[in-house]
Write a protein that binds this ligand. Structure first.
Ligand code: ZN
Length: 470
């Protein structure tokens, strides 16, 4: 028996590119290929998607970043296989330095593991407010069946012991120690199932159906289900056995494809917009876990997912391969002058990732970034107060670089931005805005991956034009 906990808010993030399955099929000489999948642009990854979903969930919940006691993050593709993944996400989210939590990884079940760990922490009282993020950007083996559907996306929930308009109620889990989709230490991409029919009949269908039945027994009438669907047919087969309505979660999959560790929570977030009991089941690495949520009134933030699904632009198969790093130009990229582990990065980590400025106590000028300005650029004073910069502003001026050495990708805008708090900063823009950017445009500062330098990702904020609803 578990203690119920409450959901205060929800968020979601989708990447920029959409790859039609027919493009992939054609590349391998096959006909057909239904649907599409979401793919990260070269400057997006699991960290940037997670940041966006988490920021939106905290804003929807009305929870400040200093109120979050612990961050629970699940993904099969953390930005570092081993390294500072969790601390970097906590950093870009401006969480308190004593925020705890965990990174669950190793399979597409990890998003659900993060949710359960957060639930337990809140129920036990070790975290008053917990932030859950489930995200993925799958990298399928070339020519594999997963390649037709391998997607990307992120979902986030803010949990607490009380408040909110929905609550986590029941859970059920099951494991089978079998080899399914996997990635060994020597593999860059996910290896496909060896025998899909064996997996379907003897593992997936019986286990997922059993977990679904347990949830239905505990929770009673379940209005909507988010089911795992490794091949585009298995989810439907389970739904048939359970008599489950999967329309809401299927709409997410139709736009984004199979989103790995994010799939169950994305389907859940999509279902939190109407009252009633909803269920989500995750599968990965031989593990199956499901939860139910009782929704009293729509969860703040959940309704933002549906309109976000139809955004994005189509990418060709080669463009998707380049974005995933599976098609690489020959030649030697020009390395940055300073390695990502050097003093400048280490001492500037907080100001870079949290977007901080130094306000001169004498004249009020905000100096950015703080560590390279020992004296105020306006009055020469050396006393400052560190402050968080605004994340919205207008373009003061810009240039577009059309020739960039690798790892940068042309065309690349470089923008001088006047932020809402009066600070002037210079930042990169995004390639998608290069052709249409104008002086005076309203821009948001979004976390992006600037480069993969000496094998590791380097992050910073870019200015992106505000999307004005037509
Ligand atoms: Zn000054």
């Amino acid at each position: 028996v578990t203690t119920p906990v409450r959901i205060l808010g929800a968020g979601a993030a989708v990447p920029s590119l959409r790859l039609p399955a027919a493009e992939v099929a054609a590349a391998w000489g096959a006909k057909g290929g239904r649907g599409q999948a979401a793919v990260c642009a070269p400057d997006e990854d699991v960290l940037t998607l997670s940041w966006q979903a988490a920021e939106d969930a905290m804003a929807a919940a009305g929870v400040g970043h200093d109120e979050v006691d612990a961050l629970f993050w699940g993904t099969s593709r953390p930005p570092f296989a081993e390294g500072p993944s969790h601390s970097m996400l906590a950093g870009v989210l401006r969480l308190r330095s004593d925020a705890g939590g965990l990174l669950a990884s190793g399979s597409t079940h990890s998003g659900m593991e993060a949710l359960l760990a957060a639930w337990d922490a809140v129920a036990a009282g070790s975290a008053r407010v917990a932030l859950v993020v489930a995200a993925d950007a799958l990298v399928p083996g070339l020519g594999s069946s997963l390649e037709l559907r391998a997607g990307a996306g992120a979902a986030a929930l803010v949990l607490s012991a009380d408040g909110g308009t929905a609550g986590l109620q029941a859970r059920a889990t099951w494991f089978e120690p079998i080899l399914d989709r996997h990635r060994g230490d020597s593999h860059d991409a996910t290896q496909d199932l060896y025998d899909p029919r064996l997996f379907r009949e003897e593992v997936f269908l019986p286990v997922v159906t059993e977990v679904g039945r347990k949830l239905a027994t505990e929770a009673g009438d379940i209005r909507a289900w988010a089911l795992p669907d490794p091949d585009g047919r298995l989810g439907g087969a389970v739904a048939k056995k359970l008599g489950a309505d999967t329309k809401v979660a299927d709409a997410v999959t139709a736009f984004l494809g199979e989103t790995g560790a994010a799939m169950a929570l994305l389907g859940l977030v999509a279902s939190l917009v109407e009252p009633g009991t909803v269920a989500a089941i995750a599968y990965g690495g031989g593990r199956t876990t499901g939860v139910t949520v009782d929704v009293e009134t729509p969860v703040p933030g959940a309704s933002a997912l549906a309109p976000a699904l139809s955004t994005g632009r189509f990418a060709s198969y080669p463009e998707a391969l380049r974005a995933r790093g599976q098609l690489v130009a020959s030649g030697t990229p020009v390395p940055m002058g300073v390695p990502p582990g050097s003093a400048g990065f280490v001492r500037g980590a907080h100001e870079m990732l949290e977007l901080l400025g130094a306000r001169c106590v004498e004249c009020g000028t905000v100096n950015v970034p703080p560590t390279i300005h020992p004296a105020c650029i306006n009055c020469g004073n050396d006393k400052f107060e560190i402050q968080e910069l605004a994340r919205k502003g207008t373009v003061h001026t810009f240039v577009v670089n059309h020739t960039m050495p690798a790892p940068f990708v042309a065309p690349l805008p470089l923008c001088v931005i006047d932020l809402e708090d009066g600070t002037r900063v210079m930042l990169q823009g995004t390639a998608d805005d290069a052709a249409s950017l104008q002086i005076g445009d309203t821009v948001h500062l979004l976390l992006r991956r600037y480069a993969v330098e000496r094998g590791v990702p380097v992050y910073g904020f870019k200015a992106k034009k505000e999307v004005v609803a037509a």
